[in-house]
Design a protein around this ligand. Structure first.
Ligand code: FE2
Length: 286
């Protein structure tokens, strides 16, 4: 009997547990509309308190740690550092709203290299953190060719009456796509299960998706090892499944005065359980 319970227990346990927080978007300024910039600090404290007894392998921050300016980074970073786990960051569009020099400081203080895309493994899972800012009209330091390409794509989307050709959306540049293609090829051979983290959304199609989202989803759907793309950016949150890949948007922490949105992701061999809090609903990704 003991053995049976033990075996079931092992089967039921998640392989990896991840805490996901999107769009802290802290700024020392008054609330505007539904964005309560200063409240993100007490909200981070509330998350830390709520998950203190949970087993968490790492914390992923899904971009837009600040609303504007490097000067706003110290407060959320100090609060984030109180979480007792390994932490990973991706950058979001609002992290670029300062001088080139200060944006570089934000990148470095978030522990990101240049280029800011990378991967790491936990057990059989491979986590790939993408930089969906690189192909955009706001990226700094400015790359003239990528800036011109992003501007052209924005215009083409608008001409075709798409609603996502916006200055606040980015995408993956060719070099990054080639890096990802190679990594996914290798991950497939190695029998890894892949979850991608990014700021930019790919699906469902709406005004917040990446400029070249079709190109990216096309690449992801080539590989069976790809389980999910999990992002921030669209503060409302959202979900879609396309060609075997789950696309999950975690709701923005900065939204509302008091609602604290985040998720714990439980990764199992056959599924991902999203334990949603606040405006992020719970769901099973299978
Ligand atoms: Fe944001």
């Amino acid at each position: 009997m003991f053995l049976l319970v033990g075996a079931l227990g092992a089967k039921e346990g998640a392989e990896v547990r991840v805490l996901a927080i999107a769009d802290i978007q802290y700024a020392d300024k008054a609330a505007k509309g539904t964005r309560f910039y200063r409240n993100s600090i007490p909200k981070l404290r509330k998350i830390r308190e709520a998950v203190k007894d949970e087993k968490i392998d790492f914390l992923i921050h899904l971009g837009d740690v600040v609303d504007t300016k490097h000067a706003n980074l110290a407060a959320p970073l100090a609060e984030a550092r109180k979480f007792p786990y390994k932490q990973y960051f991706v950058m979001g569009n609002h992290d670029f709203e300062d001088t080139t020099e200060n944006v570089e400081k934000i990148r470095r203080e978030l522990g990101l290299k240049d280029p800011a895309y990378y991967s790491f493994d936990v057990k059989d899972w491979r986590f790939v953190c993408m930089d969906t800012n690189r192909l955009s009209s706001y990226f700094k330091p400015r790359n003239e060719a990528l800036h011109a390409l992003a501007t052209t794509i924005q215009k083409d989307i608008k001409k075709a009456r798409g609603n996502w050709g916006n200055s606040w959306n980015g995408g993956l540049d060719k070099t990054q796509l080639e890096w990802l293609d190679e990594l996914l090829k290798k991950s497939e051979t190695e029998g890894k299960k892949v979850v991608l983290f990014a700021h930019g959304q790919l699906r469902p199609v709406n005004s917040h998706i990446c400029l070249n989202s079709d190109e990216i989803t096309g690449l992801l759907s080539k590989y069976k090892c790809v389980k999910a793309w999990i992002n921030g950016h669209n503060h409302k949150g959202g979900y879609a499944k396309e060609k075997g890949v789950h696309y999950l948007t975690i709701s923005g922490l900065v939204e509302t005065k008091n609602i604290v949105s985040y998720a714990i992701l439980e990764l199992y061999a056959d599924r991902i359980e999203v334990i949603g809090r606040g405006q992020t609903p719970s769901r099973t990704l299978r």
